[in-house]
Design a protein around this ligand. Structure first.
Ligand code: GTR
Length: 379
């Protein structure tokens, strides 16, 4: 009997408990004051109730929890996919700059709470289904990037993010007015716009739907990372100089980097985020997450964060740390070579060097071509 008990006890300690982790078990805390201090970056593989991720199925549940956490504390909640996206007012022309066509149109999103957003589609004069880069802009017509993308065989789709919500404080844009029951802030609205572009691309027959990437710079990089983290139809995510609220870690920064407190000042960019984020000003160690959550959510899809050495405000150090932390998830999912960090000399900009790094990485991930030298942490 005693022997039997010993065996039972040793089995209990030797074999890790194996039980399914409940889905949707995350609940907001009773109050923010009750949040514990976490000096290190919160563990990607620990559920908020302390259980560990042990299987791919657990990871899927942890992923769902992490998305809830990010929406609750940082970005606000995004509405679900609308029932339809219809293109209207199509205008087509050949470009004189390169062998490509430009189509401008308005996407009418949803059949009940309609929201309109203009897009521009640049397509190389080639037949067949092509890979696409989606890129947000305050306004359409960033034509200088088109020849490079066309030459590399990519379509470019720009969308006018400010049709959904202006980049201004204290206003509800058309998207927020259409979905009043959602507490989404501006970055979430813009990210949702990128997802709606994919809804539209799914209605065309000339798109390689397995090779859609999203690229953004600075505030656009923040939103590209959010869109790519949440929408698995993006096979590739590229955030350039995205900094605070993007690829940059809140807890670990260069001395001159933008802080959580600075970015959420009421007369700066508070409106990009859910108001709850500002509570963590000077209390970053109470955040139950950090920006490595966003990067980990992209796995096992491809992610590249492009930074610049002198762009200290955008926290290239913090972006390197979040990349290193997220690498554990990429490895866990067997996608160790899909998490890239690229740094160049220079300042805050999306330069041809950045574009080349992004497109070399895209070629490598999409087609197995090795053209550039974007560094990969697991190499
Ligand atoms: C800055 C802001 C950054 C970055 C940048 C931009 O003023 O502090 O977080 O988003 O604007 O988007 O241009």
């Amino acid at each position: 009997m005693r022997f039997g008990l010993n065996i039972l006890l040793s089995l209990f300690f030797l074999i890790p408990p194996f039980y399914p982790v409940r889905a949707g078990s995350w609940k907001p805390p009773a109050s923010l004051d009750s949040l514990p201090e976490i000096e290190e970056l919160p563990d990607l593989f620990s559920f908020s109730d302390g259980r560990c991720v042990r299987s791919i199925a657990d990871w899927e549940r942890r992923r769902a929890e992490m998305k809830q956490i990010l929406q609750y504390y940082e970005y606000g909640h995004l509405p679900p996919r609308p029932d339809r996206v219809v293109a209207e007012n199509l205008k087509k022309r050949n470009l004189s700059e390169c062998r490509a066509t430009e189509e401008r149109m308005t996407l009418v999103i949803g059949s009940e709470n309609k929201v309109s957003m203009r897009i521009a589609v640049y397509r190389p004069e080639k037949s067949g289904k092509l890979p696409v880069i989606v890129r947000e802009e305050a306004e359409l017509g960033h034509i200088e990037e088109v020849p490079l993308l066309i030459e590399r065989g990519y379509m470019l789709v720009e969308y006018a993010r400010e049709d959904l919500d202006l980049d201004k404080p204290n206003i509800d844009g058309p998207a927020q007015k259409a979905y009043p029951e959602y507490d989404w802030a501006t970055l979430a609205v813009w990210a949702w716009g990128g997802m709606r572009v994919v809804d539209y691309l799914e209605t065309r027959n000339d798109i390689d739907l397995k090779r859609i990437g999203i690229v953004g710079h600075s505030r656009g990089g923040k939103m590209a990372l959010l869109a790519g983290a949440f929408d698995e139809r993006f096979a590739l995510v590229a955030a350039n100089g995205s900094g605070c609220g993007g690829a940059g870690c809140f807890r670990i920064r260069n001395e001159k980097s933008e802080t959580l407190g600075k970015i959420t000042e009421p007369d700066r960019f508070a409106y990009w985020f859910h108001p709850r984020l500002r509570w963590f000003d000077g209390k970053e160690n109470r955040l139950p997450f950090d920006q490595h959550f966003l990067k980990a959510l992209v796995a096992p899809r491809a992610l590249i964060c492009t930074e610049a050495e002198q762009d200290l405000w955008a926290n290239p150090l913090g972006s390197r740390i979040t990349t290193e932390q997220a690498q554990k998830v990429f490895d866990f999912l067997g996608a160790g070579k899909k998490n890239a960090y690229h740094i160049r000399k220079g300042t805050h900009d999306l330069t041809p060097t950045d574009w080349r790094a992004i497109l070399d990485f895209a070629d490598q991930q999409f087609y197995g071509k090795h053209r550039g030298k974007s560094s990969n942490l697991s190499d």
